[in-house]
Design a protein around this ligand. Structure first.
Ligand code: CP
Ligand code: NVA
Length: 309
């Protein structure tokens, strides 16, 4: 049984295999309508249980479409409607019950500990649909989008992140190790990535470059990523944090410092960190990025269900 919890714990060759399968499946779906299953319905009869403790549009919809297109089905739970959330049922009992009803469990949660505990008690695969420390399905799909647009392996490209050191960046850092690409980060000093992340990067003999300056960070960039300064349920002084990030807005002027054909990606939802002009420009590939999550998550599901070809 394979979980999909953190990119750093998944072998690079498995991640590559997932992307390869996603590319093939995407190409083969050209003439199929939204809910028509892929040839052979490889997850026929399988149920994915999704649970959200935080809001979601893209992850919820893209996993729904992913499992349906593989011939399976899904049910979406809200933890505050379960005994786990309001009646004091233990996580252990909840996990054991979920394992008897479903074939896979996708969880979006505010607690990394909860992911660990579910992993301990589930006997079905667990997929991390965003936790405080990572957003692995998002970033694997973003690697797919970058390679699709740039038509070359991401290891040949310069990637820049402008923004907070949050869950999405943590997964991007893990991906930079697994896929061996150059990563530059632009972020106010106070918000640099945590020491344990940087220690892991060092342990992997990888170098990432971090600048307290957005203009330096985008120099030579083929791809510029950003995300909201204030993440879901971020318990910070929002006004103060937004003001700390003033010099890190993605403006046209900033984009002009990167390579001429650079692209802009953002996992969405967005805040005020990106200028409308950039967001709606030709360089911005955010819609394609969001759509690709369906394709990549299908291959993640197949990986977890032991059905990756
Ligand atoms: N990017 C992303 O995960 O979006 P949702 O929060 O809408 O799922
Ligand atoms: N960093 C953001 C990502 C949202 C998809 C958050 O955690 O809210």
């Amino acid at each position: 049984m394979k979980h999909f919890i953190n990119l750093k714990d998944i072998p690079a060759k498995d991640l590559r295999k997932i992307l390869f399968d996603a590319k093939k499946r995407k190409a083969q779906r050209k003439r199929l309508s939204t809910l028509e299953p892929d040839k052979g319905s490889p997850l026929n009869g399988k149920l994915l249980i999704q649970m959200f403790e935080k809001s979601s549009l893209r992850t919820r919809m893209s996993f729904y479409l992913a499992i349906k297109q593989l011939g399976g089905g899904t049910i979406t739970l809200k933890s505050n409607e379960l005994h786990l959330g309001i009646g004091g049922e233990t996580l252990e009992d909840t996990a054991k019950i979920l394992s008897t009803y479903g074939d896979g469990f996708m969880l979006r949660t505010d607690s990394d500990k909860k992911i660990e505990n579910f992993k301990k008690y589930l006997s079905i695969p667990l997929i991390n649909g965003l936790s405080p420390s990572s957003h692995p399905t998002q970033i694997l799909s973003d690697i797919f989008t970058v390679e699709e647009i740039k038509k070359k392996p991401i290891s040949k490209l310069n990637v820049t992140w402008i923004g907070d050191s949050n869950n999405v960046l943590n997964s991007l850092i893990a991906a930079s190790v697994k896929f061996n690409f150059k990563l530059r980060i632009g972020c106010p000093k106070k918000y640099f990535p945590k020491k344990n992340i940087l220690d892991w990067v060092k342990k992997c003999n990888k170098k990432i470059h971090i600048f307290n300056n957005a203009e330096k960070a985008v120099l030579g960039a083929d791809v510029i990523f950003s995300d909201k300064v204030i993440s879901l349920n971020d318990k910070v002084n929002k006004k103060k944090k937004l003001s700390d990030f003033k010099g890190f807005k993605i403006t046209q002027k900033l984009i002009n410092k990167s390579k001429k054909n650079s692209i802009f990606l953002h996992c969405l939802p967005r805040g005020s960190e990106v200028e409308e002009k950039v967001f709606s420009s030709n360089r911005s590939k955010v819609w394609q990025q969001a759509q690709n999550r369906v394709h990549v998550q299908k291959s993640i599901l197949l990986y977890c269900f032991g059905k990756l070809r």
